[in-house]
Design a protein around this ligand. Structure first.
Ligand SMILES: Nc1ncnc2c1ncn2[C@@H]1O[C@H](COP(=O)(O)OP(=O)(O)OP(=O)(O)O)[C@@H](O)[C@H]1O
Length: 301
């Protein structure tokens, strides 16, 4: 899919998506990451039918994003929320319910407000809400009618760490129920904790896509730290490679049996294990390793 924003009286448009090809498996928790201006919001808007692709097609939940029946099954939290300040949250959710073509359900709306942590603020006008409270209300609005697909653009923006934990819990609950989650967040730790698949978008193209485990966590490599005084020669003979710090070694093991066999060999040689963890990069290093940081010289993006 391509999207070029045309400007009036200009021959050359702004190419936001340049051959974007992405499939989000149903039931997955999918994270979209990438630098500013990569095209993330444009892509989200095209899934929602707000932006029309210049070339190519978008299929959502087996249909067209312009089909009202499909739209009714999508919950969306935009990056910039515009909320009516003089309304109460219940009036707001009632309107969202009506706009989605659903039957009014005041009890369900209250349950949603409780779920996002706004139970104590139900009687207050939205105008007096803090940024985090508005964001929570936006999340509740996105969840009205239990949509099959939740598209969230920076959902935890402005929410405090405890609130983030709650939001994460809610999102994971939704995914467990079978909802497909599409998350756009600059907070890579959030994406890492919630998503099972990730796509890295740069300059209007998907540059990497896959299971988070495969992208970020490395596959069969382990970091092992032994107590001081270890016999490095014996460990090397047992298949361990010396790491950069004292007592740190790396070992390849395809499964727990192979890992334990390697550790048994090390222990038989007198080595005392003090730390063991899977080798691999976090999402931030994966992103930085995939997309050249702004200002980097001589790195091809
Ligand atoms: N309405 C528009 N008219 C013209 N150009 C646009 C419009 N919306 C976005 N663009 C351009 O398209 C490109 C992609 O923008 P987009 O907002 O999709 O990126 P993004 O990945 O969401 O960025 P950010 O992380 O900063 O939110 C940018 O070059 C941007 O300037």
């Amino acid at each position: 899919m391509r999207k070029t924003y045309r400007r009036a009286f200009r021959k050359v448009g702004n190419e936001a998506l340049r051959g974007m090809d992405l499939t989000v498996p149903e039931g997955s928790a999918f994270g979209l990451i990438g630098p500013n201006g990569a095209g993330k919001t444009t892509f989200i808007k095209s899934i929602l039918g707000i932006v029309q692709p210049t070339e190519g097609t978008v299929r959502v939940l087996g249909g067209s994003p312009e089909d009202p029946r499909i739209r009714a099954r999508i919950g969306y939290l935009p990056e910039r929320l515009h909320l009516p300040g003089s309304w109460t949250p219940t009036a707001f959710l009632a309107t969202v319910t009506r706009l989605k073509g659903l039957k009014p359900d005041a009890a369900a709306d209250l349950r949603l407000l409780e779920r996002v942590g706004l139970a104590d603020a139900v009687g207050r006008k939205i105008g007096g809400y803090s940024k985090g409270m508005r964001q929570r209300l936006g999340l509740a609005a996105a969840m009205v009618g239990s949509p099959s697909l939740l598209i969230l653009d920076e959902p935890t923006d402005g929410i405090d760490p405890m609130g983030r934990l709650e939001v994460r819990r809610i999102l994971l609950e939704e995914v467990r129920k079978g909802t497909t989650l599409f998350l756009n967040s600059h907070l890579l730790a959030e994406t890492e904790r919630v998503c099972d698949r990730v796509a890295i978008l740069a300059d209007g193209r998907v540059v990497r896509e896959g299971r988070l485990e495969d992208l970020a966590r490395g596959e069969a490599r382990w970091m092992v730290r032994f107590a001081p005084g270890v016999d490095a020669g014996a460990l090397t003979a047992a298949g361990f490679k010396r790491g950069s710090a004292d007592g740190v070694f790396h070992v390849e093991a395809q499964d727990p049996m192979a890992l334990n066999a390697a550790l048994d060999k090390a222990r038989a040689g007198g080595a005392l294990l003090v730390e063991l963890r899977r080798d691999g990069a976090d999402l931030e290093s994966v992103l930085l390793g995939t997309v050249a940081p702004a200002g980097a010289v001589g790195v091809a993006a």
